[in-house]
Design a protein around this ligand. Structure first.
Ligand SMILES: [Zn+2]
Length: 177
């Protein structure tokens, strides 16, 4: 459909709560396709990235698109219904920071997510490790939360050049493949 512009940190729309996707009145296929096109374009240009959410393209709707290990996953109206007590530390970046800044934050290790497919089929699924932290990042977007808002003292951030130098660390503590 279309490659959309990605809003940058500071844009007030990113701090708003998105609305539930209505399968009767929303063009779900078009929304998902815009997310997919924009994500693929970004990954192509920046050589980085795995997921995108509607508010990042200026659309306050609850939908997410993920490409992980060549797998394409779409989540409509996702809701994290369970979070493990176990935590993990991750280096997290965002298209809204142009993947130039990474923040070191805590995430739940495992989550259970209830969502709908683009066809409207209800699903419930468990996620662990990389997909878990990625989904927590994207669902945060739907609630108007950016990852840097999870920073706790001592707040650690780094630029992408430094992250590349350190061997592209994602999960630094609390989870192993
Ligand atoms: Zn993001």
């Amino acid at each position: 459909m279309a490659v959309r512009k990605i809003l940058q940190v500071g844009n007030l729309l990113l701090y708003e709560r998105s609305k539930v996707v209505d399968f009767r009145s929303d063009d779900v296929k078009a929304i998902i396709l815009d997310l997919k096109d924009t994500l693929e374009d970004f990954m192509d240009r920046k050589k980085l990235g795995r997921g995108i959410s509607c508010p990042q393209i200026g659309l306050l709707k609850r939908a997410i698109y993920i490409i992980e290990d060549g797998m394409h996953l779409a989540f409509v109206n996702p809701r994290i219904v369970k979070r493990s007590r176990e935590k993990m530390m991750v280096w997290d970046s965002c298209f809204c920071y142009d993947v130039d800044i990474f923040v070191h934050i805590e995430r739940n290790r495992d989550i259970e997510v209830e969502y709908q497919t683009p066809e409207g089929v209800r699903k419930m699924e468990k996620f662990s490790g990389p997909l878990s932290e990625l989904l927590q990042h994207e669902v945060d977007h739907l609630n108007g939360i950016l990852s840097y808002q999870h920073l706790k003292k001592p707040m650690r951030i780094m630029k992408r050049v430094e992250w590349e130098k350190q061997g592209r660390p994602y999960i630094t503590q609390g989870w192993k493949k």
